[in-house]
Design a protein around this ligand. Structure first.
Ligand SMILES: Cc1cc2nc3c(=O)[nH]c(=O)nc-3n(C[C@H](O)[C@H](O)[C@H](O)COP(=O)(O)OP(=O)(O)OC[C@H]3O[C@@H](n4cnc5c(N)ncnc54)[C@H](O)[C@@H]3O)c2cc1C
Length: 547
């Protein structure tokens, strides 16, 4: 290859302009490298730009400044237990995890707080911790209008959890959004950003080292030369229907990720002979299935709203603590029943009474339950229980293939009556003997308004008369988080276990160090910033390569 064939040339090329990409680019530029970022969309930001901009970072500086401690051993136990419950073993030297998986989590603990301190010092990102001690008199108002009591970790109820609050950091009040801060930081460090440039292939020299990219820029093909390294930070594959069908379990009804999440790094990684992992995982949530007919990004059900509210399957049975965090609850849909040889929870029915529907409150995560004066096509109304069941089944019939032909079982109405009676009993005593709803600090923190005198604010008995309401809900993703495997320097590993020279990855495009876990609010961006930073640092230390 001759230098004059290239349209662009820099020490480090970064693919993607989300949290991972900006963290990598700003770090590399701060360390003295010339950097160009490429983005396939016509604007920057990716899913990060649509996000709340919060990052989960253990042992962060503002947590420590509030006098709290987050010792390494405690944090590692919590993260490993959440990430790999199938391997976790408290007495084992790597807590039962495969060595590489353990090392990636250790690396995150050791470098996460350093990464955000570094970005702050580089003048690119100013984040502050949530309150370590939540204040019941000062609830938190979110930009959406929702009001939550605090932001505990998502596994706050586990024995391994020692620091339930304060690992979550977000843009310091009065500063710009995360993506605006990062974009301004990149500009300050002289980083060139090229939108409408989709990386489609790696360029490799005779030694097999990665030395550049082939890109599509509208109708043109462009070539870019990387003197040192290429860093992929291109998000997941949530909007690539074929990859979703091939890899994710159950059935998926959309994603709130950027439409740029097309899984380009899956194809490019396969061509580069990279190792893959975590392809069956995602950052999960639930959505109204019928809203997914109108949009590839239907509104998320972060925590199902309402106290006289349950989710049941097509047999009229509750299957989950409805107040669990979105990621954990979203996975209930892909549970396989070997006796029935089906996915009985493929879609669930979120049922609530008129007291919930007609409440004006914005406490808790109300959406997508509409305000009393608003209509939503995905809300089914029945005058009484029988009427509701009839209407739900009509909607299922109309959905047909979209829900895999699921219909209510003949036992639905009888079972639902028994389920409601049992739930009402739990609400009276305040104890959910089936799923422990309301026992975790998380369940209560994101819950809606308290009814006076309720022994458990997450539950209330259903009204004895209708109308009743239902939203048909199914699994969806914030994005996927499987892909090529990296090591603790963020180098992409080949199938031979060795780093592919000059190739790095971070964020949702790689096999997530979190495995199946979602540690707390901001876990995805915390990892993206940290491994982006490590990729940027390591890339600068690479030797220059011949082309
Ligand atoms: C509404 C909402 C709220 C959320 N809130 C939070 C939160 O507060 N905290 C949290 O941790 N997570 C949150 N998430 C999830 C979080 O936003 C993402 O997991 C995270 O931002 C992903 O960062 P990333 O850098 O890996 O990818 P992205 O931010 O998606 O950036 C990847 C970029 O790469 C581009 N790209 C893809 N392929 C190519 C290619 N071939 N060439 C060039 N460019 C390419 C994409 O177009 C995209 O712009 C939220 C998500 C949503 C939708």
């Amino acid at each position: 290859m001759a230098e004059d064939i290239f349209d662009y040339s820099a020490d480090v090329l970064v693919v993607g302009t989300g949290a991972a990409g900006f963290s990598a680019a700003i770090t590399a530029a701060t360390e003295g490298a010339s950097v160009i970022m490429f983005e396939r969309n016509d604007g920057i930001g990716g899913t990060t730009g649509a996000s709340g901009g919060t990052a989960w970072i253990p042992n962060n500086a503002s947590l420590r400044a509030q006098g709290a401690e987050d010792p390494r051993d405690d944090a590692l136990r919590y993260m490993c237990r959440m990430a790999y419950p199938q391997y976790y073993c408290a007495d084992h030297p790597t807590l039962g995890l495969p060595e590489r998986a353990y090392e990636l989590i250790e690396t995150f603990y050791d470098n996460g707080y350093k990464a955000i301190d570094y970005l702050r010092e580089a003048g690119a990102l100013d984040l502050t911790a949530d309150r370590v001690a939540p204040d019941p008199d000062r609830p938190i108002v979110l930009p959406s209008g929702s009001i939550v009591k605090s932001f505990p970790d998502y596994g706050a109820a586990l024995a391994e959890e020692k620091v339930a609050h304060g690992r979550h950091v977000s843009p310091t009040p009065g500063t710009a959004s995360m993506i605006e801060q990062l974009a301004a930081g990149a500009e300050k460090h002289g980083i060139e950003v090229r939108t409408e440039h989709q990386a489609v292939a790696l360029l490799r020299n005779e030694a097999g080292e990665v030395v550049g990219l082939e890109l599509h820029n509208r109708t043109l093909t462009r070539l870019a030369h990387a003197h040192k390294a290429v860093i992929f930070a291109s998000g997941g594959y949530a909007h690539n229907a074929e990859l979703v069908r091939k890899n994710l379990p159950g059935r998926v009804f959309g994603s709130c990720s950027t439409l740029g999440a097309q899984g380009d790094f899956v194809r490019i990684g396969i061509e580069a002979d990279a190792q893959f992992a975590n392809m069956h995982n995602a950052w999960w949530k639930q959505v109204p299935v019928e809203a997914s007919l109108d949009s590839p990004s239907p509104p998320g059900i972060w925590v199902p709203w309402g106290d006289a509210m349950i989710q049941v399957n097509r047999y009229g049975q509750r299957v989950v603590n409805e107040k669990l965090p979105y990621h954990d609850r979203g996975q209930i849909h892909s549970v396989y029943d070997p006796s029935r040889r089906e996915y009985p929870n493929l879609v669930l029915f979120m049922i609530y009474d008129d007291a919930v529907a007609s409440s004006e409150s914005m406490e808790g995560m109300r959406r997508p339950v509409p305000m009393p004066d608003d209509d939503a096509d995905y809300v089914i109304r029945g005058d009484n229980w029988q009427d509701l069941a009839t209407r739900i089944d009509e909607h299922l019939e109309a959905l047909g293939e979209v829900v895999g032909g699921v219909r209510l079982d003949a036992s639905f109405s009888e079972n639902l009556a028994a389920t409601i009676e049992r739930f009402d009993g739990f609400a009276e005593t305040g104890k959910d003997l089936d799923f422990g709803r309301g026992e975790s600090v998380f369940d209560r923190a994101w819950n809606g308004p308290n009814r006076a005198g309720s022994p458990n604010p997450t539950m209330a008995p259903f009204a004895t008369e209708g109308p009743y309401y239902c939203i048909i809900v199914g699994a969806a993703t914030l994005d996927t988080n499987g892909g090529p495997v990296i090591n603790s320097r963020a180098q992409v590993l080949g199938t031979d276990g060795e780093p592919i020279p000059g190739l790095y990855g971070a964020g949702n495009c790689i096999a997530s160090p979190a495995g199946n876990g979602y540690w707390g609010p901001g876990a995805t961006i915390g990892l993206a910033l940290t491994y982006g930073h490590l990729a940027g640092r390591s890339a600068v230390a690479e030797p220059a390569k011949t082309i």
